[in-house]
Ligand binder design. Sequence first.
Ligand code: OAD
Length: 239
Amino acid sequence: MIDFKPKHIVFLTGAGISAESGIKTFRDSNGLWENHDILEVASPSGFDRNPELVHRFYNLRRTQLLSDEVHPNEAHKALAKLQKEYSGKVTIITQNVDNLHEEAGSEDVIHMHGELIKMRCKESGKVLTKKGDIQPDDKCPCCLKVGNLRPNIVWFGEYPMHMDRIEKELNSCDLFISIGTSGQVYPAAMFVNLVKLNGTYTIEANIEETNVSDNFDDHLVGPATQVVSKLVEDILSIK
Ligand code: OAD
């Protein structure tokens, strides 16, 4: 386990951290990608072909996220507590498009795959907060044209967001902890390999073994709500 006091901890979170909040993961059985055609709902060409279908897909997910059914869980709360109470630096990079880290109290979360509660003008690239539905015939508040609004989500074939910042954070951390991600989507899946080049200690927390488990120094196996809460208490007790 951790036998040093980390100066800078980077967490990479994936859908597994939000599973116990009632949000479906992508690749588990009955996950989102089992029930939807990825290229129809999560690609620029799918959006060009059928904006109504794509907006409906993200409108439903946004409505669920903002409903009374979905709340941050103990794992999100534990990370927020660590950010507030730890003497070193704590960075959260998430692949999740939900806002549950922020709802739990975390600040400055890096959303590399975008955010459900934001939309973007296709023409200017300006990002705006949007808590209601987006319809294909909505007028964009930025350019005032109809049809120019898209979800601020990274689709297949698009480049993840904030990669310059992410590279800096990865290069400066001495502890890297991945939580609830299957390691099947790049570049996030190779962050563990990048940090290891600097001798950074790496931990994977997941309910089961993943394709990339062998790349990590240590493993915490179990539901995020349990293993992350315990991990955070362990880190806070390091002298
Ligand atoms: P996946 O659905 O690929 O993987 C979810 C992971 O969470 C799996 O490894 C599960 O074993 C694990 N898991 C499930 N429940 C858990 C729990 N309670 N506690 C801990 N772990 C649990 O989701 P991601 O790896 O996040 O991108 O997927 C990466 C990207 O693929 C997503 O951001 C999304 C998707 O295409 C975009 O939409 C751009």
